[in-house]
Design a protein around this ligand. Structure first.
Ligand SMILES: [Zn+2]
Length: 276
């Protein structure tokens, strides 16, 4: 029998409940989690039955809802090696769209997410504290969920992933936007890093300087420049005539820089360096 630690209290500054458990203390079957003597029903959006479960914890959020955080062992068949995929991708993180990929995909921040942000602003004006707290939690969770799905899909599809090292502080205008974006970007990089490590996928951060101003076709600096240029979404190269989506061009540049580094120094894997 495993003894569970428990803490919870009642007043307004009460600490949130948190119950850690070890891998050998849990079993999962058909949407039910068995922990010691407890049986918990849960909404399983990840298909936990497919994984070998590791250590984790059950934690409470500020609204009194309970979540389970659990580590899973990824078997090699979840990685790209099974298919022998050697495809690689470059990722450009952006202000308007969350990410643009060198394969042409653009990942927005989600209409659902933006709608929640609108509701949050309204609740803040109305000084409705409970609603503000609920919406904060909801936004945080839906963002985290989106980042998990995106990073997992990328790791399953590609054998090498390169991401730009830009940070939001340099780009975003308001302090609020900076912190929100920075948190999302760094959480996403962290997820990618550990998922790549698990699956044996190559991961590297590359210097993004000039990635938006250099044409990915002819390598000349013909792209939109500076903060003013951020508003320009698409442009045609004056030198070679290539037509670019600004952020996908940037992702192409990141991919090219990543591949160059891979060719020069194949031992650099796993290290995070920002020079090129
Ligand atoms: Zn060009």
């Amino acid at each position: 029998m495993v003894k569970l630690r428990w803490r919870a209290s009642r007043d307004s500054r009460r600490s949130l409940g948190w119950i850690p458990f070890k891998w050998n203390a849990i079993r999962y079957r058909n949407g039910q989690l068995f922990i010691g003597q407890m049986v918990l029903s849960l909404w399983d959006s990840y298909g936990l039955a497919d994984y070998e479960l590791g250590t984790g914890n059950i934690s409470e959020d500020s609204r009194g809802r309970w979540y389970i955080n659990i580590s899973v062992k990824l078997s090699p068949q979840h990685g790209p090696h099974r298919s022998g995929a050697a495809k690689s991708v470059g990722i450009d993180l952006g202000l308007k769209d969350f990410a643009s990929l060198s394969d042409g995909h653009v990942v927005g921040s989600g209409r659902h997410y933006r709608k929640l942000e609108g509701e949050l602003a309204k609740a803040q004006r109305a000084k409705n504290k409970a609603r503000v707290r609920a919406l904060h939690t909801k936004i945080k969770n839906s963002r985290k969920d989106q980042l998990h799905k995106l990073s997992t899909a990328l790791v399953e599809e590609y054998g090498a992933i390169f991401i730009g090292n830009v940070n939001a502080s340099a780009l975003a205008k308001t302090r609020m936007a900076k912190s929100v974006l920075d948190a999302g970007w760094s959480a996403f990089r962290t997820m990618l890093q550990y998922k790549c490590d698990y699956a044996g996928v190559w991961f590297d951060e590359v210097d993004e300087a000039y990635s938006t101003v250099i044409c990915s076709c002819c390598k000349r600096r013909t792209g939109p420049k500076g903060l003013e240029g951020l508003r320009i979404r698409e442009w045609a190269c004056l030198e070679c005539g290539a037509y670019h989506h600004r952020d996908i061009n940037s992702a192409d540049k990141i991919l090219a820089a990543g591949r160059r580094r891979l060719a020069v120094d194949p031992m650099s894997r796993g290290r995070r360096r920002t020079d090129t």
